[in-house]
Design a protein around this ligand. Structure first.
Ligand SMILES: NC(=O)c1ccc[n+]([C@@H]2O[C@H](COP(=O)([O-])OP(=O)(O)OC[C@H]3O[C@@H](n4cnc5c(N)ncnc54)[C@H](O)[C@@H]3O)[C@@H](O)[C@H]2O)c1
Length: 381
């Protein structure tokens, strides 16, 4: 029996890199960037990637091999070797509502959400059909769709529930079909009261939100250093240039609000003060594709108020940074499902810019929380 992973945004750069890596690479190639791989925790606690079966939804119906070649993130030899199994992975038509992107709303490979209850039932039926086709033991849904137009957390069902976003329909459908849910996006889905209630009723875990892959992760490390060393931050200017679809969507003011607040929110809790200039900018720059550049300029003062500056320039593949974290998260959520945990998972704060169920903490602290969770569970067993 294997575990099913259904991804919202299956054709996206991050989802496709995760799926292609799971099917195309060797176990040692997949270890780079994985927190779990370096943790020293017993691998026997977690499921093996070879036990995963993939499906999902997207407005792009192409096979995963064609998409992987178009993204060009993994080596072409690896994609070629797994071409047959990748070609079989094609997205189901996406559920698309009023908060979705322009690209999604004009796509023909979609099911417009006219009646959210119908969409929730449709998602659950898609999952059940996949589960019985492959004889799956458990299923996990991973939200990797685009940052939607900001939906108020409380907007929920209301009288007509006409205001429900596609991501809320996916999450509620997933819970109806007894799946754990991971949200790697900046959307508010897993904070909505209806979703929390459904997770309690279904006794299912929720992990989110907004993957902590690069620049914000760096802030959880450097921020602690400035704090411990008592070097007073006067200003922190962060800019990002990226040329993938995520960058294009984030260049639109109506889609970038939550991502900006997640990026801006990570530093103050670590420094313990707010009276400094914190500027974050995200620019869409097509030539870069998935190879993002994050540039940070930090102005700070020390002994006798002496002024100093630090500059950090991180050039990296956005999706290759994210894929191993998603592999880890699937393993954590599968473990939580087997352990009967439900609702937000506080031990997974390390993985998110805006952790649900735990405070924003320096990396060393959130790593300790993660390790303590598994080592104290071990002791109880
Ligand atoms: N890669 C990273 O480093 C990283 C870090 C933190 C957060 N994230 C978030 O993860 C998400 C995915 O990032 P990405 O770079 O893969 O983006 P992407 O734009 O490449 O992928 C999003 C996919 O969702 C699809 N989609 C759009 N509307 C849909 C709908 N209604 N239903 C199903 N699919 C739909 C799109 O067609 C696209 O294939 C984004 O929200 C991004 O902000 C990524």
């Amino acid at each position: 029996l294997s575990v099913g992973v259904l991804i919202v945004g299956l054709a996206g750069a991050t989802a496709n890199t995760f799926v292609s890596g799971a099917l195309a690479g060797s176990p040692s190639e997949r270890m780079g960037g994985s927190v779990l791989a370096a943790s020293g925790l017993d691998p026997g606690l977690f499921l093996d990637e070879s036990k995963l079966t993939f499906s999902g939804w997207d407005v792009d119906p192409r096979g995963a091999d064609e998409i992987a070649s178009a993204h060009g993130i993994l080596p072409s030899a690896a994609i070629k070797a797994a071409s047959e199994s990748l070609d079989a992975i094609r997205a189901l038509p996406a559920y698309v509502g009023g908060y979705d992107t322009e690209e999604a709303r004009v796509s023909e490979h979609s099911r417009p959400i006219e009646d959210p209850q119908g969409a929730i039932e449709g998602v659950a039926a898609d999952i059940e059909a996949f589960r019985s086709e492959h004889g799956l033991e458990r299923c996990i849904v991973v939200l990797l769709g685009p940052p939607l137009r900001a939906q108020p957390v409380e907007s929920g069902f209301g009288d007509t529930n006409s205001a429900l976003s596609s991501s809320a329909c996916y999450a509620l459908g997933a819970l109806r079909a007894s799946c754990g849910v991971i949200d790697f996006t900046p959307n508010v889905t897993l904070e909505m009261p209806e979703v929390l209630e459904a997770a309690t009723a279904a006794q299912m875990p929720l992990a989110g939100r907004d993957g902590n892959t690069g620049q914000s992760l760096l802030k959880t490390v450097l921020g602690q250093m400035f704090k411990i060393r008592n070097l007073r931050v006067r200003g922190w200017y962060s800019t990002n240039i990226l040329g993938n679809l995520d960058g294009k969507v984030l260049s639109r003011p109506e889609h970038r609000g939550l991502k900006m607040s997640d990026k801006l929110g990570v530093l103050e809790p670590i420094l313990g003060y707010e009276d400094f200039d914190h500027v974050v900018d995200i620019s869409y720059y097509l030539p870069r594709g998935d190879d993002k550049e994050a540039w940070d300029n930090i102005d700070f003062s020390g002994w006798f108020g002496t002024r100093m500056t630090m500059k950090v320039n991180w050039l990296g593949s956005d999706s290759a940074l994210a894929a191993p974290l998603i592999t880890d998260l699937v393993k954590h959520v599968d473990h939580a499902m087997r352990a009967g945990l439900r609702g937000h998972l506080p031990h997974l704060g390390l993985y998110f810019k805006h952790p649900l169920g735990s405070p924003i903490e320096p990396l060393a602290n959130s790593y300790r929380t993660l390790m303590d969770f598994y080592t104290s569970n071990d002791k109880e067993q």
